[in-house]
Write a new protein. Structure first.
Length: 142
């Protein structure tokens, strides 16, 4: 009878450890998704800097589009295009035509939103050239 109790205790301990591990893996997966979003946003910022620097050196006009993906040569992974409503799939980039924002839709449903700034007096000097930069707006929970 004592062996059954010992076995039950071992099973309970292993179950608790498995739950803790699953929770930690979930948090790590969320952190990795956020890091991917930040990486893609940084790549878009670099692309914007290249476009603006090219214009500053050689002249010409900046693109009229509010979609930063139209400005850069490389599209983010999982970019589904310009949409009027929220897509059904998760973990995708899209441009919200109505809000005029580049949006990443996370697995958990919240959205990271970005907008091109053309204002020369932007408070954040991070990756802003000639007043043009990609600003991250406050995330929206759904």
């Amino acid at each position: 009878m004592r062996r059954y109790y010992e076995f039950a205790v071992v099973v309970v301990l292993i179950s608790i450890l498995a739950l803790v591990l699953m929770y930690a893996l979930g948090r790590a997966q969320d952190a990795m998704e956020e890091a991917r979003v930040q990486s893609e946003a940084a790549a878009i910022r670099i692309g914007l800097i290249e476009v603006v620097a090219h214009r500053e050196v050689f002249g010409g006009e900046l693109p009229k589009s509010a979609n930063p993906v139209d400005w850069v040569s490389a599209r983010p992974a999982n970019y589904v295009g310009e949409l009027d409503s929220r897509p059904a799939s998760k973990s995708v980039w899209y441009f919200d035509r109505q809000a005029r924002e580049l949006v990443y839709l996370f697995r958990d449903g919240h959205r990271a939103r970005f907008r091109i700034s053309r204002d020369a007096s932007v408070d954040s000097a991070r990756a802003v050239v000639a007043g043009v930069g990609l600003l991250r707006l406050e995330d929206k929970q759904e």
